[in-house]
Design a protein around this ligand. Structure first.
Ligand SMILES: Cc1cc2nc3c(=O)[nH]c(=O)nc-3n(C[C@H](O)[C@H](O)[C@H](O)COP(=O)(O)OP(=O)(O)OC[C@H]3O[C@@H](n4cnc5c(N)ncnc54)[C@H](O)[C@@H]3O)c2cc1C
Ligand code: SF4
Length: 573
């Protein structure tokens, strides 16, 4: 029997970027907020002098414990889903700061095309261009409407980037607050090659600070040291924007936030129309508590958000057979299949140094920036050279004809340790009728609740896209003067074992029609006006970019929506 606690104004599930931004904005506006985080507390000092690749990058110190909670996965409905028992394809955040602690910090606003993808595709190519089963939808908001919220995130995080964007991406109404990151020799080679081919490269906007910065909330942070222990690590300098060094202290200073750690939320209490609070397990004692609240914010990332909605019977579950219902719909991923490795016999680059978001990229083949009339796919990919820091355990680059053991292998790994430049592509993932999330009928978590089940595979669309983008990657790599260029240009069945990207999206998507979306443009549930379902869960598809710029902007908009809701109630749209 759960113990019922005194009522809070707002309860937030999860203290990652989304939970942190919403907590900071609401407490600044004077509201009392309770945040429930299933993991432990963390701070910058935890990472002093621990550049330990084995601990953080290979053994996933900062990630969710898969023995307690994971997902099951199947390629299609004909096969039985099995649990993801060890990390591979994506890495889930856990503890204060969530995945925002160990992210890279590559910052990309989605394209204007993304938010109106259905209308713009039909306008340019006609309805027939959208393949059978592709459940493409507009997002119920435009790029211009989201712009002020992007700006808020950029100012808060101190995004470092070039002052203007190329013609083929969304405009900035305000320049990024800090200068771009340094341009390394590898980045120069990439940019020169791309420019020669007529493309429009630019330095990746970065949440790793290029210079010391004090944000509008008065939070001062130091510049990045290009230490190379960034992705999968916390930043010991506070140079990487993460929730712990940016929004959390702001919420704490107001004295209006109560952050409770080791609290795993298992249900949203509701009467079928509105939520009344949430129930959680205090994981150190096993006790259950119910936290009543006027507003419930789900900020526990895609899998938790959808799981809680389904377990709590909030919103109508998606049924792929009838294509009715919305909870679990439009699960998308990312398509990183096209890549190129340039090996240099005559040059060295100090690629052991770098930063999570250091690099250059281009969008000439992203979104609808090129004509798809004669192509068998929609959308595209951001093509990029990144220098995140090649660490020694995970990286032993050798040309393909190298033996995989013995003296020749050792000699090649030593020779090429600092002589490779990698070009990658972050490909979009478009929604499909049979790609969705639901509750697994067999496997359960540590609390006896069903695991989330993913049904997902790559489509012909993805395979065609990879082939096309790989051709562009090869063209750039060939211009970069390498001795040997190796390109990956094929994509087969989705496999959950190798790491690809932690850019899972969808499951409670936003839109303007309650029949086809779960939340409106404030991420307020159509079926329960005091429940806000936030993060990439709301993405109607996944773009050719990393998601957090758009996740962050939407979180600022949600915070504004909740404030309005607390004053007046009712649907905001
Ligand atoms: C290695 C890596 C690199 C990345 N690099 C980039 C990048 O360069 N650029 C980019 O844009 N994005 C990047 N991302 C993605 C980025 O980290 C996420 O988009 C972002 O952190 C999501 O924030 P969130 O608040 O929605 O979720 P999370 O950060 O996952 O936070 C959710 C929080 O909720 C908590 N929680 C979950 N379930 C419960 C529950 N039942 N009860 C209580 N608490 C719960 C979790 O413990 C967690 O702290 C990267 C991700 C990874 C893993
Ligand atoms: S590369 Fe920069 S931002 Fe990343 S962990 Fe090192 S100092 Fe921090």
């Amino acid at each position: 029997m759960a113990t019922t606690l005194p009522k809070a104004s707002v309860v937030i599930v999860g203290m990652g970027w989304v939970g942190g931004i919403i907590a900071a904005e609401l407490t600044k506006a004077g509201h009392q907020v309770v945040v429930l985080e299933r993991g432990k507390n963390r701070g910058t000092s935890d990472y002093y002098h621990v550049h330990d690749e084995l601990r953080y990058a290979s053994r996933y110190e900062l990630m969710q414990d898969l023995s307690k909670e994971t997902v099951t996965y199947r390629n299609n409905e004909k096969v039985r889903a099995l649990p993801m028992r060890s990390y591979g394809s994506f890495l889930l955040g856990d503890g204060v700061g969530g995945a925002g602690v160990h992210w890279n910090g590559q910052y990309y606003r989605f394209l204007p095309y993304d938010f109106e993808i259905y209308s713009k595709t039909v306008e340019r190519y006609g309805k027939a261009k959208i393949p059978e089963g592709m459940t493409l939808q507009d997002w119920g908001i435009t790029y211009d409407e989201l712009d002020p919220y992007f700006v808020k995130y950029e100012q808060m995080a101190g995004i470092s980037g070039e002052p203007t964007t190329p013609e083929n991406v969304g405009k900035l109404s305000k320049p990024y607050p800090t200068a771009p990151m340094k341009k390394t020799p590898g980045m120069k080679l990439f940019e020169e090659a791309a420019s020669k081919l007529g493309y429009h490269p630019y330095i990746i906007p970065s949440a790793n600070l290029s210079e010391n910065y004090t944000n509008p909330d008065g939070i001062a942070r130091a510049a990045c040291q290009y230490c190379g222990f960034c992705e999968r690590f916390g930043c010991e300098y506070g140079a990487k924007a993460d929730p712990v060094v940016t929004v959390l202290p702001v919420a704490q200073q107001t004295g209006k936030m109560e952050l409770r750690t080791f609290c795993n939320v298992i249900r949203v209490e509701n009467d079928g129309k509105k939520a009344t609070g949430v129930t959680y397990v205090q994981t150190t004692t096993g006790e259950e508590f119910t936290q009543p609240a006027d507003v419930v914010v789900l900020a526990g990332y895609v899998f938790t958000n959808v799981k809680l909605l389904l377990l709590s019977k909030l919103g109508k579950p998606y049924d792929p057979k009838t294509q009715t219902g919305v909870i679990g719909k439009n699960y998308c991923y990312q398509n990183n299949g096209a890549s190129g490795t340039a090996f240099y016999d005559d040059r060295e680059f100090n690629i052991f140094m770098g930063a999570g978001a250091l690099g250059s990229s281009l969008d000439d083949f992203n979104g609808d920036n090129f004509d798809h009339s004669d192509l068998n796919f929609l959308h595209g990919a951001n093509i990029r050279f990144t220098q995140a820091g090649l660490r020694p355990i995970a990286n032993n680059p050798t040309p393909p004809d190298t033996p995989s053991w013995g003296l020749a292998y050792k000699q090649a790994t030593l020779k090429y340790a600092n002589r490779v430049l990698n070009i990658g592509a972050q490909g979009c993932s478009l929604p499909y009728r049979y790609h969705y999330l639901d509750l697994d009928p067999t496997y359960k978590d540590a609390y006896g609740l069903p695991l989330m089940r993913m049904t997902f595979d790559f489509l012909d669309q993805d395979k065609e896209l990879v082939k096309f983008i790989a051709g562009k990657v090869k063209g750039i790599a060939d211009e970069m003067g390498a001795s040997n260029v190796v390109v990956k240009d094929t994509l087969s069945t989705y496999n959950i074992v190798p790491y690809q990207s932690t850019h899972n999206t969808g499951g409670a998507i936003m839109g303007s029609d309650p029949d086809t979306s779960a939340v409106n443009s404030y991420l307020q549930m159509w079926d329960a006006e005091n429940v806000f379902v936030c993060g990439a869960t709301a993405f109607a598809h996944n773009s050719g970019y990393n998601p957090t710029a758009t996740v962050g902007a939407l979180a600022y908009r949600t915070a504004e929506g909740i404030e309005k809701y607390l004053q007046k109630g009712g649907m905001l749209v």
